[in-house]
Design a protein around this ligand. Sequence first.
Ligand code: AMP
Length: 127
Amino acid sequence: MAYVYDDTNIFARILRGEIPNKTVYETEHTLAFADIAPKAPAHVLVIPKGPYVTYDHFCAAASAEEIVDFSRAVAEVVKLVGAEAHSGGKGFRAITNAGEHGVQEVPHFHLHILAGRNIGPMILSED
Ligand code: AMP
């Protein structure tokens, strides 16, 4: 099934400069900004600038340059929030929601980086 990108979504509007954001880090292909409703002391959204709906869409369709740029930006964001678990920081959780079962609200691929407190269990069980 083809991915259909809706360019009226709120992150597309942020990328076009139509609504403000609190930028944490930016490169040619990637933008990282503060989540408007933070779930942890540090809650940053990392997004590609290209029109990708979900993580798998990005992995399948983005160029190698975009994928490397995004990955390096994630590393920079983790460093900026002081959460590098491999070098003394207390770590973080990275989450990406996709589609209906992933309970994705904004249909532009984004990686949540949550840090600054113990984030708790990975998911809630069904019961
Ligand atoms: P998801 O459920 O993974 O699609 O998450 C969407 C996230 O986008 C939520 O954590 C929202 O708080 C966040 N969000 C929605 N609008 C904005 C905005 N204008 N600026 C920053 N974050 C936003």
